[in-house]
Design a protein around this ligand. Sequence first.
Ligand code: NAD
Length: 255
Amino acid sequence: MTQPRFTGKVAFVTGAGSGIGRATAVAFAAEGARLAVLDVDAAANEETARLVAEHGGEVLALTCDVTSSRDVAAAVAGTVERFGRLDAAFNNAGIEQPAAPLTDIEEDAWARLIAVDLTSAFLCMKHQIPAMLANGGGSIVNTSSGAGVVGIAGQAAYVAAKHGLIGLTKSAALDYAAQGIRVNAVCPGIIETPMMNRFSGGTDEGRARVIGQEPVGRMGRPEEIASAVLWLSSDLGAFATGMAMVVDGGQTVGL
Ligand code: NAD
């Protein structure tokens, strides 16, 4: 690595207690960022904060339910109060959908999934953007999915949320492009995380089934998504806004 890309910068990572969020929090810290890590799971989030601190990162751990506007507002305010600014946000918290055809999805399960996987990014951006404007701009990355660019049988709610996230990202990018805020989405493929372990059932057969969707013949590592998020968030990605960066080992290329 040459120069750390985030020295002097402040980052904000949701869903930081596990998987992709944890790897990205550690990656931001390893490149010099000070950061707030957020998760609804306080113990998991504290463990991420410990890992970040191990990488020399100055870190604020905040327990936050991203479906709560009040929680999110307090977290953004707490970040700015502690570090004085906000430069990079990674809105990544999410939940999976148990596989089911559309008519088997209960209305409250639909509403919960849309709240966690889509409305949360709206709430985060609503509070992050004013904080970024106050210091001349910033970068936001929202976690969509391969499910944001193709339909998947048995995944109507998750696919709707992840497609919606890309539309939200594009429109937010246009709203704030002239004011120095870039908004992008990252669309991971099959990534080896606790969520994917639950989704596959964690068995050899389940793992083989999901790996079978990957032309590269393996799952991705959370760090491989983190590196895309850091590129989008850094000055190297300065001309990228409104894009949905698919990082999926070719999973959706032939579909
Ligand atoms: P994970 O389950 O390992 O981690 C998700 C984290 O989000 C957990 O720590 C959880 O506590 C937190 N979270 C859930 N609900 C929350 C809430 N209401 N408020 C705050 N935090 C909350 O999952 P992951 O695999 O690391 O997934 C991260 C993101 O990437 C999700 O948005 C997911 O949809 C997306 N994604 C994952 C994959 C994959 O293959 N793992 C693929 C595509 C997209």
